[in-house]
Design a protein around this ligand. Structure first.
Ligand code: ADP
Length: 208
């Protein structure tokens, strides 16, 4: 056993969910994480909570998030490493919103290989551009997220296409990517994801 990317890793389930803004990855991430008994960790949620609490981290990232730009890799990867070091992530996790560029992929690889772990699967949620823009506009109206203005959304989508989409090629070469059609009902999409992960031999937690 000399593979550099052990997959599936010894125990636990380590997942990434990747998709453009408005693909529904936050919602699906939580449902899928629950199904596989791992915590859903969203860097966007961590940063927004930090901004809200007025912590040092919040002060450092608030303007960046407001503009829809990426928080520097060094800071983002440090935040993720700290979160993954917590006890509830020792047997697996689902990361939503990280890694978001090739530098962060390298950081995550280094962190995981240091623990003898690897990513088991990358869920790629595929949604046509028009559909994701529609959903974002609706979310802006319903949730009032201040980075959901038209201009900032356009910036976030451009960054996704330029910096985040290429990470999928890296994971695709490792055979880790499950392409999931993200159009349909919430339940349909969750079922598609679960079926793809089970086909990899990943085990869901039994329902009580
Ligand atoms: P969305 O995917 O809709 O843009 P997120 O909640 O994932 O929303 O992220 C919100 C913001 O938080 C991003 O626009 C960015 O400023 C910051 N952010 C989140 N994750 C990362 C990351 N991995 N690297 C850099 N910045 C990030």
């Amino acid at each position: 056993m000399t593979g550099t990317h052990l997959s599936p890793s010894g125990s636990g389930t380590r997942l990434l969910i990747v998709g453009p803004q408005g693909s529904g990855k936050g919602t699906q991430g939580v449902l899928v994480a629950d199904t596989f008994g791992v915590p859903a960790i969203s860097t966007g949620d961590i940063f927004r909570a930090a901004v809200k609490s007025g912590s040092d981290l919040g002060e450092q990232v608030s303007e960046i998030i407001q503009a829809g730009n990426l928080v520097p890799d060094e800071l983002t990867s440090a935040v993720v490493a700290e979160r993954l070091a917590q006890a509830d992530a020792s047997e697996g996790f689902l990361l939503d919103g990280y890694p978001r560029n090739l530098g962060q992929v390298a950081d995550l690889d280094a962190f995981l290989s240091g623990r003898g772990e690897a990513i088991d699967a990358v869920i790629e949620l595929q949604v046509p551009r028009d559909e994701s823009i529609d959903r974002l506009t609706r979310r802006a109206f319903e949730q009032g997220r201040t980075d959901d203005t038209e201009e900032v959304i356009a910036n976030r989508l451009a960054i996704y296409e330029r910096e985040t989409a290429p990470i999928l090629e890296v994971y695709r070469e490792r055979g880790a990517v499950d392409e999931i059609n993200g159009v349909g009902s919430l339940e349909e999409i969750t079922d598609r994801i679960i079926a793809a992960l089970e086909a990899r031999g990943l085990a869901r937690v039994p329902v009580a």
